[in-house]
Design a protein around this ligand. Structure first.
Ligand SMILES: [Zn+2]
Length: 277
């Protein structure tokens, strides 16, 4: 995976990724401990992911001239209520996706990690604890959490994950530590981080209907050659599950390729890795 860190550079130079996100740092003092709160924050960032008008034209590639590549991603799982439902739908639709998981040590969760891998999806890391105030306290805390999750997932599934999604994204404003420290560390470890440029909206305080979640995605995927779609695998988010089948159908109808994140995927990064030495 290490070489893939550089593979995405041309995309950033094309201006696909415009990094600075204005995000109220309300959580910085309070510390974010709650997945619901964090989810809302993730959506705020997704909305502001920073595509510039005309970015694709500047690259010399007309929008729609190539087959669009779309990666469906699910954060925060596995979940008791919904991981199996999501996997059933993906199986039925013959689509591979990407799961950025947290650490859960019960037997049912172990089976869910294993099913994700067995059915050909990409297993990525999100963080073991998902506690912002812990993992973002210092590089030491972050690296411990990540190493814990990576070795745990390797033990449970036999696969060592090499991709990661930062809780809150790479440009989150709640970290107590400069995110560049973590980015530098991941580069050294050969781990690629992926943010998103399309948010379903399933993490906002606004309770979108499944139809609206589909529409949110359809509204944005037309703007990118490569879309990374943010969704959540959480027991509270059944709307995401209900949206998934119609979303996949509509994305296929527009001729998009639905792909799991792998070494060929253009990294979408709000703070580009190549901006950090
Ligand atoms: Zn999360």
């Amino acid at each position: 995976m290490r070489k893939d860190v550089t593979a995405g550079f041309p995309a950033w130079k094309r201006g696909l990724l415009v990094g600075v996100i204005g995000l109220a740092a309300v959580g910085a003092a309070a510390g974010i401990r709650d997945r619901q709160i964090e989810g809302g924050r993730e959506m705020v960032m997704g909305d502001a992911s920073g595509e510039e008008e005309g970015a694709e034209s500047r690259s010399g590639v007309e929008p729609g001239a190539e087959t669009k590549k779309i990666a469906l991603t699910f954060d925060d799982g596995p979940s008791d209520a919904n991981t199996n439902r999501i996997l059933d739908i993906l199986k039925e639709k013959n689509v591979k996706a990407t799961f950025f998981v947290i650490g859960q040590e019960d037997g049912e969760s172990k089976e869910l990690y294993q099913r994700i891998v067995a059915e050909g999806h990409t297993l990525g890391m999100h963080s073991f604890s998902h506690k912002y105030n812990v993992i973002y306290e210092s590089l030491e805390a972050f690296s411990e959490d990540m190493a814990h999750l990576q070795s745990y997932l390797a033990e449970v599934t036999g696969v060592t994950p090499e991709i990661l999604r930062f809780p809150g994204g790479s440009s989150n404003q709640v970290s107590n530590t400069d995110m560049k420290e973590f980015i530098r560390f991941l580069k050294e470890k050969g781990i690629t981080y992926y943010d998103w440029n399309v948010a379903s909206g399933d993490a906002t305080s606004h309770a979108y209907t499944p139809e609206e979640l589909v529409q949110n995605v359809m509204n944005d995927v037309g703007r990118y050659e490569t879309s990374i779609v943010l969704m959540h695998d959480s027991s509270a988010k059944s709307g995401t599950v209900e949206a998934l089948a119609p979303m996949i159908d509509q994305l296929k109808e527009m001729g998009a390729e639905l792909l799991p994140i792998d070494e060929n995927t253009t990294p979408i990064q709000q703070i580009p890795a190549d901006s950090v030495d």
